[in-house]
Design a protein around this ligand. Structure first.
Ligand code: ADP
Ligand code: MG
Length: 272
């Protein structure tokens, strides 16, 4: 199998990118895959915390600064490799100021040579140097929440990913099951109408165990393997690894629902 690089991306912060990167990584590892996860959120790094790594001696910032090889920045926990990014404001500031995309691409290539899957925890949005970690991956896995604003963001993100050559197979809807939200069928219809066939690969339920696990510094799939969120993430891992069929049949959009109609109009200025 060819190694796969996937950036876990979203339009805005807080959709669950870091949570999905860590837990999908650990779940793929448990399926016997060689997995590396990289904190590509250079400015707002926190993947190490979710992975229970509290002492980061060498980080991806040192790699980007040219101080060390990426191999010296690899930590291991919960059966997978983790390349953390440092938190020190001065380091972040300095690295972003002298940022070179070739350095990210070189590191990604080296990490891929040792992995079946490289998951990159991407920064939110589509700005400047920060999007390079997204561009360095061949595939993008967008994470959105079931809200109008999140959908509009993810639409832009997928279009941007296409421009960068990061292919989107489908998306993850996270924090599903709160009171007011858009149903998956409408999300798929909106995607089908605007971007082509982009199915929802997983619906991850809102689950307080995710936050409990985060406080403990243990990925939720390890902390509480049977909770709703862990079950959904493990299913997603099987699909990503190619061991399960697509969970939802993509829908052909015929009668436009109100959500799709409104968002298309907002994005294009035309009535759908
Ligand atoms: P991002 O990396 O996109 O900014 P995070 O993964 O850090 O988002 O998630 C933001 C917050 O939401 C975290 O505190 C996380 O524990 C919480 N969270 C993420 N997914 C879920 C979920 N399915 N259920 C409950 N809380 C969640
Ligand atoms: Mg994050």
């Amino acid at each position: 199998m060819k190694p796969r690089s996937i950036s876990i991306a979203s339009g805005k912060g807080g959709t669950g990118k870091t949570t999905i990167t860590a837990n999908l990584g650990v779940a793929l590892g448990a399926l016997g895959k060689k997995v590396t996860i990289l904190d590509g959120d250079l400015a707002m790094a926190n993947l190490a915390i979710v992975m229970g790594i509290h002492h980061v001696k060498t980080s991806f910032l040192d790699v980007l600064a040219g101080k060390v090889d990426v191999s010296s920045a690899i930590c291991e926990n919960y059966g997978i490799k983790v390349v953390p990014t440092g938190f020190r404001f001065e380091d972040v500031h300095e690295t972003l100021a002298k940022f070179k995309r070739e350095k990210v691409e070189k590191a990604v290539k080296e990490l891929l040579a040792e992995s079946d899957f490289l998951l990159i925890d991407a920064p939110a949005g589509i700005q400047d140097a920060t999007i390079v970690s997204m561009a360095a991956a061949r595939e993008m896995l967008p994470v959105c929440n079931p809200s109008h604003t999140s959908l509009v963001d993810v639409y832009k993100l997928i279009r941007y990913g296409n421009l960068l050559g990061a292919w989107t197979r489908g998306l993850v809807v996270n924090r599903v099951g709160k009171k007011a939200e858009i149903p998956t069928s409408e999300i798929e219809q909106f995607m089908g109408r605007t971007l082509g066939n982009i199915p929802v690969l997983a619906e991850i339920p809102e689950d307080s165990k995710v936050q409990e696990a985060e406080l403990e510094g243990i990925p939720v799939v390890v902390y509480e393997p049977d909770c709703k969120a862990s079950v959904a993430i493990n299913e997603l891992a099987k699909f990503v690894a190619g061991e399960a069929d697509l969970p939802y049949a993509p829908q052909e959009a015929r009668d436009l629902n109100e959500t799709t109609r409104r968002i298309i109009q907002a994005l294009t200025g035309r009535r759908a």
